[in-house]
Design a protein around this ligand. Sequence first.
Ligand code: KIV
Ligand code: NA
Length: 260
Amino acid sequence: MTVKIQQLSQWKQQGRPIVVLTAWDYAFAQILDQAGADILLVGDSLAMVALGYETTLPITLEEMLHHAKAVRRGVKQALIVVDLPFLSYQESWQQAIQSAGRVLKETGAQAVKLEGGYPAMADTVTHLVQVGIPVMGHVGLTPQSVHQLGYRQQGKSVEAKERILAEAIALEQAGAFAIVLEHIPADLAQQITQKLTIPTIGIGAGPHCDGQVLVTADLLGLSSWQPPFVKTYANLRESITQAVQGFASEVRSQEFPPKP
Ligand code: KIV
Ligand code: NA
């Protein structure tokens, strides 16, 4: 493992942007790692991307552990962060230590991510950090609260801006090593990024964050739906369809396999 948590704040100071992508299985993790991602996030978006659920809510800790182990086997360089799924940490800090502890012990990942900020979640982060579990925070649009928030941009009103800024500060003070800022206005993300010494990782949060994350299926054009702020760098859905149609037509025409 060459990327270390201790490097990340240095990279922020140096203005070296941090590249984060999601991963959910061995094959993709190996490719993403070798292609040079700094951090691979086993995000609970794999509930939609790999398992076909409509939201991240149904996924269990067991399922996250299963995918995180597969990712771990494919990675040599990148730092691996695993999302704690819905209701595996919100009940109490004791529950959070149990769940995060299982992630570190059973998968070999180096850190966990959890959603939400001040004050209850900051207290949980304090406890996790105290026992030696590195934590990445996540504020703004937090998809585990989709039934409250929708998949809409957060932090539009003055009060909402102040609340999200306060959450980010509380997470840094609690000892989080980085924070995901999801779907908030660019000026708010810039303000948070300037205020904090730990790096901010943006998704739909404008260009002023210390790093950027995308859901890998979105960036590769594999998803059937994706948010408007995503840039697609490949169209794998189309490539795979063409490959499969090519195979099917050659099997049906008996061109494949070739005759001896
Ligand atoms: O689950 C996920 O993919 C995430 C990123 C979008 C930050 O939490
Ligand atoms: Na997530």
